[in-house]
Unconditional design. Structure first.
Lengths: 402, 349
């Protein structure tokens, strides 16, 4: 008979995770709960309506019911019930608002900005502080060589030259990697001059001079600052150019270029949003790279891809989630603005902004209902995302909570 | 000083990039400006003649055919470099539809947008900063909750809809304010600065001043909402952060009056991020002006550019977009510089 050892009763501590804690903090805040409720309500309503309440905008038309004010019970004049009234074609506004959610809330644009901007920012931030490996250096060099090389190649009309410049990048990078530091530029300058000038000689002496000089310049540009900081600098300057335009103006111009349509409006808004995410991502990564766990990962020899996606990316999630939630709100507004200007959804497709643009001319004749309800829908859904975003910020970054 | 030079140098690639984007976007848009100018039924010859006049037959960037022949003048004689060359000389071309030089029309329309944006910013700052300070000082009271919920609604407001609601309330239902435009057609005024409020004040035309003011109210309210809300939120957050600092505790411990602590010790330090936000929002006002001006028929840059994009008036779009982008870049520069002036830590980085 063995005596059972006496185990003292210990209160089991619940396992806590970062996301679990964040969720509890989020739920604890009344404003975040309100935001979540609005978002869920709009999302559910939209999805259910789209799949269960069939609506064909092309056949929805009844001139006898043109611009009727909201009614709660049938009257001899208006035999059907329209709680939000009807618009200029006699369409029920409530129905169009509910179905408009499918077009207005489907903001894939945030996905575009997030994917492109996030990736650019991630790479820019990482390679700004971490030196490139030999392989990455050759890749970058060949890439820049190809881009810069295609300029003289395009001028001289020779496809061969673009390939030659890419080869120049790769070869001289590998040679330069083994040369002593002070002499590296010699290799590249010489290679640039030769590869630029020789094939051009076959075209004309002028072209040879121009290409040779260009090759020289490219060699100089490539040798001196080559590396992550150069790449990061180029990316961020490009972002500055996009940021130099007011977003709505650039979006309008892009839609004018692509032609109107909901998907194209989304692409335009997404493109305009790229710099926001790239900047945020870069700033976050720059601060993360200094952390001990990234140094540790480098010390044990993890590859760059592994460090980027296993150690850094997960830690950038919380600012990115917050920004994306707030970004969803502003994307809804911008999509509405484009629709209002007639550059979004193509009529008769229901979309909140386009509904406003359709009806605002009737405002002076007193048809307030036609512009009130679609606008309220835009405002409430944006408010929901903003409340949720604020709540997420407090929940995911407890240091900021006061 | 070094900071200033570095910052100015970094503008060069940005501005060059801006000119390329402005140039390219419009050239890539489907549709031929020569056809837009002459109408659909113009003869082939006329279209070709106009295309040559506008320089549309030249290549976009560089002419490689000319280079092969060893002709360097022809090589650089491209649409983009011509555009850039004219730009440097301040020649923006003329509107295709109205044949008015862009620079003339810009000079007429720019003050209207400036008046709108400045008035909106003044309202936003004059209301936003006090609201932010009061919410921070009375943190977690009803005053704070009400103003912060209000600010959040303001941030979520689609301004084109707000504009419509204002028209409905003030113009259609109450008949207090005119629906749109900048000044009643019957009123003639002498223009000095182009800012109507200031012009009418200077010349003492009180009736015209009152009319211009009434026209200004609704667009300014619509335009000011978002910056007002953002400034109020930023001021509150920044004040709360500063109020936790040790020197505030010290000031309080010295027995200083609450108002003195708030305004002399806290506000000065809390204003830095607010200045940034004010600057960035001033740039955004130009963007918001496109929508606001369209709704209120305000004869400014925004409406002009929008109409030109729809009507494919290439030179107008180029001139207007370029101006807006340059103002945007300059405002951002000023923000950075004022930041460096206010916070010495940034200069010596």
């Amino acid at each position: 008979m063995s005596e059972r050892p006496i185990v003292p009763e210990m209160p089991l501590r619940r396992r806590r995770t970062l996301w679990g804690d964040a969720w509890r903090r989020l739920i604890a805040s009344p404003t975040a709960r309100l935001g979540m409720a609005i978002v869920v309500l709009f999302a559910l309503g939209t999805i259910l309506a789209h799949f269960l309440w069939l609506y064909d905008p092309k056949t929805d038309l009844d001139y006898s019911l043109k611009l009727k004010p909201p009614t709660l019970r049938p009257t001899p004049d208006v035999p059907s019930i329209h709680i939000f009234g009807t618009d200029k074609l006699g369409r029920d506004i409530f129905r169009r608002v509910v179905h408009g959610g499918w077009n207005s809330l489907r903001v894939i644009s945030v996905g575009i900005s997030l994917a492109v901007g996030g990736l650019l920012g991630l790479l820019a931030g990482f390679y700004e502080s971490v030196p490139l490996t030999v392989g990455e250096r050759i890749g970058l060099m060949a890439g820049i060589g190809l881009v810069l090389g295609s300029i003289p190649a395009w001028i001289a009309g020779q496809a061969v030259q673009a390939v030659l410049f890419a080869a120049l990048g790769a070869v001289s990078a590998s040679v330069a990697a083994s040369w002593p530091n002070g002499r590296r530029w010699l290799v590249l300058l010489g290679a640039g001059l030769l590869i630029g000038a020789i094939p051009s000689l076959f075209v004309s002496p002028y072209v040879a001079i121009v290409c040779g000089l260009l090759g020289l310049a490219i060699g100089a540009v490539l040798t001196f600052p080559l590396g992550g900081p150069l790449f990061s600098n180029i990316v961020m300057r490009l972002m500055d150019v996009i940021l130099a335009f007011p977003s709505i103006l650039l979006a309008i111009a892009i839609v004018a270029f692509l032609g109107p349509g909901l998907d194209r409006a989304m692409i335009a808004i997404g493109f305009v949003g790229i710099p926001t995410y790239a900047r945020l991502m870069r700033a976050t990564v720059l601060s993360l790279v200094q952390r001990d766990y990234v140094l540790a990962a480098q010390a044990v020899g993890s590859g760059h891809t592994r460090i980027l996606f296993r150690h850094i990316l997960p830690n950038t999630l919380s600012p990115i989630i917050v920004q994306s939630t707030l970004g969803l709100g502003s994307a809804i507004i911008w999509a509405g603005a484009l629709g209002f200007l007639g550059l979004g959804a193509i009529p008769p497709e229901p979309e909140w902004g386009a509904m406003l643009g359709d009806s605002y001319r009737f405002l002076t004749s007193g048809a307030w209902w036609a512009v009130t309800f679609p606008g309220i829908a835009i405002m409430l859904s944006v408010l929901g995302f903003n409340l949720l975003g604020d709540g997420l910020r407090d929940a995911l970054d407890p240091r900021l909570t006061r | 000083m070094r900071y200033l030079i570095r910052r100015l140098l970094s503008l060069i690639p940005t501005i060059l990039g801006v000119t390329i984007v402005v140039f390219l976007l419009l050239r890539l848009i489907p549709g031929d400006p020569a056809v837009a100018m002459l109408g659909e039924h113009a003869s082939q010859e006329n279209v070709q003649r106009i295309r040559e006049q506008l320089g549309l037959t030249r290549p976009l960037f560089l002419d490689r055919e000319a280079l092969k022949g060893g002709d360097f003048r022809g090589f650089v004689d491209s649409q983009y470099l011509r555009f850039l060359g004219r730009l440097v000389r301040g020649d923006l071309g003329a509107s295709i539809h109205r044949r008015i030089p862009i620079a003339t029309e810009l000079a007429q329309r720019f003050p209207a947008t400036v008046e709108l944006a400045l008035a909106a910013m003044a309202v936003a700052v004059a209301l936003g900063i006090p609201i932010g300070i009061i919410s921070a000082a009375r943190r977690n009271t009803w005053v704070d909750s009400v103003s912060m919920v209000g600010a959040l609604i303001g941030v979520s407001m689609p301004i084109f809809w707000l504009g419509l609601m204002e028209i409905m309330l003030f113009a259609v239902i109450l008949h207090w304010l005119p629906i749109g435009g900048r000044l009643d057609h019957a009123i003639e005024i002498r223009r000095i600065t182009g800012l109507l409020l200031i012009d009418t004040l200077l010349t003492g035309q009180w009736a015209a001043f009152w009319d211009a003011f009434k026209h200004l109210v609704m667009p300014v309210l619509a335009l000011a909402t978002i910056p007002l809300a953002i400034i109020a939120r930023m001021t509150r957050a920044s004040m709360l952060e500063v109020l936790q600092e040790d020197y505030i505790r010290t000031a309080r411990a010295k027995g200083l009056h609450q108002r003195l602590v708030l305004f002399r010790h806290a506000l000065k330090n809390a204003l830095l991020p607010v200045v940034t936000v004010v600057g960035l929002q001033t740039g955004n006002l130009l963007a918001g002006a496109i929508l606001t001006e369209t709704i209120f028929a305000w004869p400014g840059i925004g409406k002009w550019v929008y109409d030109a994009i729809v009507g494919r008036d290439y030179p107008v779009v180029q001139g207007g977009t370029l101006l807006i982008a340059l103002v945007f870049v300059l405002v951002n520069l000023l923000v950075d510089l004022s930041y460096a002036a206010l916070d010495p830590r940034i200069r010596y980085e």
